[in-house]
Design a protein around this ligand. Structure first.
Ligand code: ANZ
Ligand code: ZN
Length: 821
């Protein structure tokens, strides 16, 4: 007798049945509606954490709901399986990274299955398999052929702790995003992908991502960092060189009292053998190289610099101005050199004050005129002064006219710059995708022929501490040049693992293709992704790379769309006792234990009901216990209905008042859960189901209980619960006599009439005295209320012959008519 709610047995039973019947394997029937639910793929660290449980429970509720709505759903999972932790574990315990990773995947796969998430397991992928990473290599070669992958000597962010290069995106406040240790600069030959080719498009299309959170769009806009202005070349006195500067305020160039180069600017190195200033220049450049970049450019940071001994000529005014080198100018931005306008730029002002350089006002505004004494810079726009023929123009107009003049004379032009840099993808690590290039002493960099892909990552037993493991494997390094056949060396760097996560969801659609990354015809059927659920921490890293990759694919002729994801949903963090749940803080709650003590359905319900999905979730045992209790109560109510003889739910007798009220509650609940799922408010949807249980329990206890009505409510309760607590719902469904899976049942419709509140009572006053009442539908509008009130016979008796001065309507409650002579 199924008396007690035995979640362990029930969950195991339905997971087995789903797998046997293979009901979650995606098939795309022609003509059907598709729905692609995507979640950020996990890193296989060895165990699921609550952040995963939250992310994937939300995704699963959407996938299950969509299937019940009749969509062909694509929903699966993969593993972001390359990366440093595997290597660190290998160094520590001498386990091969591959074994460590695959074992972790096995453990986490079992955890996922125990949660009952409805993945199509035939599509599971792991990025560390040659079947997957060979396509990373293939994409690399396609880009190389077109010049979109290129090698250059680059000053890179180097993490001593990880012994590797980090992309700009992976440096947070001058520190490594992974271990928080300080990042230093180093010069190395690196491979780059030309993401800046797409800077403008990546920026413009943000406006079309209407279903992405504004916060993410803003972060991407700032990351891309578009600035419009001009480039101007200043000739250097007694030299054939010139210095090109970038400015957003060409209108202020008359006030440029000196130029400033970044310490890494090529001219600085060139001038370091100058007998008078060279030593000082070299020392300063050297010191800057080892300094924290963030600190160097911080607004409030100390401005420091040295004079080069050289001068340049302002092409607009002919003025000779000194050239300095300073910490606050960065090589990578603009042109790596600026004109300093201390009167109108605060950093320049501080620098000029410190080194006693001239400050000249060249823009008059409400705040300054030509004679003001400045104690800070005034960046306001206004009217240009002290600038020859351009004096008298507005700032805006001056910028335009001056750029045109520069173009005509050939010393400058209007220009746009971006903060976005090309994506450095080389990593000096073992556990990643080998870059498919061969370096030949005669032919240079030669791509591995496509027929020789994949370039397999050689198996290793352990990992040597520091440096690149691949470089120390001669069988890997030594290769014949594909062009001339001569002896050559294989590239020993591997790719940034963000490459793997840039396109995995394309592979999900066609995961076993061994002739191409995917069949474009299959992509056409499933794309774009309808909803992508994951953490906000990926707002600029992964979510820009993934958009970039889609554009590359488009330009390779593989896909026809520009953007891969229609709706982005960022779920909030899971915290405990006010802090992020994390191993290092020791406040982790293990999903395994919760599943053991409460069941998968209870934890899934709890993690969705206890906070709005996009807000922070504070873990608490009480709420979890509440969800268990809810399931046990529903279980008992089902038992009661069975005791009443399990009458066919359809066969209701004449409806009593209580029955009508309960049915109204049911239809309101169907409406609410449906609407809430559409707008990702799982929390309020589940609360509504809890309320429905309260109403149904009260009804069942009344003398007037019609078991057929109760049955009807319970059946719908099961359907509505199926996206959140699917095992429980299946069991209920079966006990109520259904033979097919509830997971494949149709989502219930609500009846508008039935869902409507009973009529409301409207009070009508004339000059503040109650004169009448009438009943109306709860949907009545204010104007309808007014009309009905004025037409009411009893009201007319009090308004006849008088003038209506004013009508005050309190929606759904009251109309007060003010009359006078
Ligand atoms: C003169 C000037 C006058 C400037 C003025 C600003 C205000 P955004 O808006 O961020 O693009 N700049 C240019 N390249 C730089 C570099 N490599 N390192 C540090 N600063 C650099 O900023 C553009 C402005 O930042 C440029 O316009 C330049 O200073 C400075 F009243 O030129 B401006
Ligand atoms: Zn060669």
């Amino acid at each position: 007798m199924a008396n007690k709610y035995d979640y362990g047995r029930i969950e195991e039973k339905w997971q087995r049945r789903w797998a046997e019947a293979r009901i979650f394997e995606s098939r795309r029937s022609s003509g059907g509606n598709k729905y692609y639910v995507l979640e950020m793929l996990p890193y296989p660290s060895g165990a699921l954490h609550m952040g995963h449980v939250r992310n994937y429970s939300l995704g699963d509720s959407v996938a299950r709901y969509r299937r019940m709505r009749g969509h062909d759903v694509l929903y699966t999972i993969g593993w972001d399986a390359f990366g440093l932790p595997a290597e660190n574990a290998a160094i520590k315990n001498q386990i091969p990274p591959e074994k460590w990773t695959l074992d972790n995947i096995d453990r986490m796969r079992a955890q996922c299955k125990r949660m009952g998430w409805s993945y199509d397991w035939t599509r599971e992928i792991a990025s560390c398999t040659p079947e997957y990473y060979r396509w990373n290599q293939w994409f690399f070669i396609q880009m190389f052929k077109r010049g979109w992958a290129y090698k250059k000597l680059a000053r890179v962010n180097w993490c001593e702790e990880c012994q590797t290069v980090l992309a700009n995106e992976q440096v947070e406040g001058g520190r490594c995003w992974r271990d928080g240790s300080k990042v230093v600069e180093k010069e190395l030959e690196q491979w780059f992908w030309a993401i800046t080719r797409y800077a403008e498009e990546l920026l413009q299309e943000l406006d079309r991502l209407e279903e992405w959170p504004e916060k993410v769009l803003t972060m991407q806009r700032n990351w891309i960092g578009r600035s419009t202005g001009a480039k101007v070349r200043f000739a250097i006195e007694d030299s054939e060189h010139s210095i090109e500067i970038f400015t957003t305020r060409l209108d202020t160039i008359g006030g440029a009292t000196f130029l400033v180069l970044a310490p890494e600017h090529p001219l600085v190195a060139e001038w370091s053998d100058d007998p008078k200033h060279g030593a000082e220049l070299a020392a300063f450049a050297q010191e800057m190289r080892s300094q924290d970049r963030e600190a160097r450019i911080a607004e409030e940071g100390e401005k420091r610099g040295v004079f080069t001994g050289r001068r340049a000529i302002n092409p607009y005014t002919g003025e000779r101005v000194p050239i300095w080198v300073a910490n606050f100018v960065l090589l990578e931005y603009g042109t790596g050199a600026i004109m300093a306008v201390p009167a109108h730029d605060q950093r320049d002002f501080e620098f000029a004050t410190k080194y006693d350089l001239p400050i000249r006002i060249v823009v008059e505004s409400d705040e300054v005129d030509a004679h003001s004494r400045l104690d800070h810079a005034v960046p306001a726009y206004g009217t240009v002064i002290n600038t020859g023929e351009f004096s008298g123009l507005s700032s805006d107009r001056a910028q335009q006219v001056m750029a045109e003049a520069a173009g005509r004379q050939g010393y400058g032009e209007a220009a746009v710059t971006y903060r976005l840099r090309d994506w450095g993808i080389s990593r000096q690590r073992y556990w990643g995708t080998p870059i498919p290039m061969i370096l030949c002493p005669d032919c240079g960099s030669v791509a591995v022929p496509e027929k020789d892909l994949p370039v397999l990552l050689p198996k290793v037993e352990g990992i040597p501490e520091g440096g690149s493991a691949l470089a120390s494997i001669p069988e890997f390094v030594e290769a014949a040049c594909p062009k001339c056949g001569g002896p050559a060396r294989r590239e020993t760097d591997t790719m940034d693992t963000f490459v793997d996560s840039s396109w995995y969801f394309f592979r999900y659609a066609d995961p076993h293709n061994d002739e191409a990354p995917y069949d474009p015809a299959i992509i056409r059927r499933w794309f774009p992704v309808d909803i992508y659920i994951g953490g906000i921490e990926h707002a600029v890293l992964h979510l820009i790379y993934m958009r970039f990759f889609c554009k590359v694919m488009r330009d390779l002729g593989l896909v026809e769309f520009d953007e891969p994801v229609t709706k982005l949903f960022t779920q909030g963090m899971v915290i405990k006792d006010g802090a992020k749940m994390s191993k290092s803080l020791g406040n982790v709650v293990s999903p395994d234990e919760v599943v053991r003590d409460h069941g998968a359905d209870a934890i899934r319900l709890f993690i969705q009901v206890c906070a709005p999905p996009d807000g922070e979730l504070d873990w608490n045992e009480k709420g979890l216990e509440g969800c268990s209790r809810f399931l046990r109560r529903l279980w008992r109510l089902l038992g009661r209905w069975e005791k009443l003889g399990s009458p066919d739910p359809g066969e209701a007798r004449e409806l009593s008042d209580q029955a009508r009220q309960l049915l109204r509650k049911l239809h309101q609940t169907i409406r609410k859960v449906t609407q809430d799922l559409e707008r990702m408010c799982q929390n309020t949807a589940i609360s509504a189901l809890m309320e429905l249980l309260n109403a149904a329990s009260a009804y069942a206890e009344g003398d007037d209980c019609d078991p057929a009505v109760l049955g009807l409510v319970l059946k719908n309760q099961a359907l509505l619960l199926a996206p959140f607590a699917p095992h429980f719902a299946e069991e209920m469904w079966q006990r109520m006599g259904e033979e097919s899976f509830i997971s494949q049942a149709e989502w219930p419709d609500y009846d508008r009439e039935l869902a409507r509140e009973e009529e409301i009572q409207v009070v009508v006053q004339v000059n503040g005295k109650v004169r009448s009442k009438f009943s109306a539908s709860p949907e009545i509008s204010g104007t309808e209320m007014e009309t009905l009130a004025l037409e009411d016979e009893r009201v007319k008796a009090h308004t006849a012959g008088k003038k209506v001065r004013k009508v005050i309507v309190v929606p759904k409650k009251l109309v007060n008519i003010v009359v006078g002579p």
